[in-house]
Design a protein around this ligand. Sequence first.
Ligand code: 13P
Ligand code: 13P
Ligand code: MG
Ligand code: MG
Ligand code: MG
Ligand code: MG
Length: 371
Amino acid sequence: DKITISVIKADIGGWPGHSRVHPQLIETAEEVLAKAKEEGTIIDFYVAYAGDDLQLIMTHKKGVDSPDVHGLAWKAFEEATKVAKELGLYGAGQDLLKDAFSGNVRGMGPGVAEMEIALRKSEPVVTFHMDKTEPGAFNLPIFRMFADPFNTAGLVIDPKMHMGFRFEVWDIKEHKRVILNTPEELYDLLALIGAKSRYVIKRVFPKEGHPIPKDEPVAVISTEKLYEIAGEYVGKDDPVAIVRAQSGLPALGEVLEPFAFPHLVSGWMRGSHNGPIMPVPMHQANPTRFDGPPRVVALGWQISPEGKLVGPVDLFDDPAFDYARQKALEITEYMRRHGPFEPHRLPLEDMEYTTLPGVLKRLEERFEDIE
Ligand code: 13P
Ligand code: 13P
Ligand code: MG
Ligand code: MG
Ligand code: MG
Ligand code: MG
């Protein structure tokens, strides 16, 4: 009997600006999902937020890409958008890029991470929720969790992990994917995923011989790129991820350890700047300084044998991450001093879908040839 974990999120209005989700939107989504739970569409749910992104965490038995579950998420976002409009919230319905729901939310604006799994005797799971950044922001931490022995001691000392993992990487420009094996193809993997705006880790799988079947994901990341759907800048993708832990997978602390280093990600201020990602508890996921710096929230769960979500535990609500937060503030200050200069501002090719081309166009006729 398999259980599916679905995390579906959308920005349907900020309070104020792009800062955070209004509590009434959370209540509205909770009402919609509570009814669906009563009717048996889903087993359990939790509504969270990260910055201005509303996060639906659901368990059910309908598999990935289920029209029922995606339709439910769409309905929750639509209902909450009505409230956002009543309240005059900023960018009400921002991420609902299509008018009518047609089977699943992929390509419609919301971000999706889902996995269908056979529950282990005990199933510890972490859901990650980022704001003010793009899917490639997960490349470095997911790599470190599942492939870096300096992060994950289990890769060295646990015989169940010692053979490594398989990474499914998407080329989001060419719409192609490749599976690379670690540790054998570590350098090939890094050659791709270091270019995080183009090559994005979509899933991680175990290898043959692992207690978990090799086609069952152990991590999955949302890879929707909003500008590709909308054809213009409509805010940042603000990705989510689901990661399973323990028993032949990274321990909970190995799953969280990469975030002790607030690495640089893109998506801050107008989706156009690089900055450090700051690990925070949910109550601190209200980006304000220069609309940031980018945030990541980690929620910890045990999935009960019936598929109930036992949690959340707000995992970055721990003074052990104070140093990372302090470091992120130092980097914030350092990056901000660059003002409109790269590499604080994104390189030109990544600015293509922002409002910058509009400014450059106005200068076009002023240019003359150099002799
Ligand atoms: P406990 O003894 O606290 O269960 O720790 C087990 C462990 O290996 C933690 O990484
Ligand atoms: P969001 O994608 O979080 O709405 O961010 C938009 C933005 O440009 C903030 O400066
Ligand atoms: Mg927004
Ligand atoms: Mg957002
Ligand atoms: Mg966004
Ligand atoms: Mg213990």
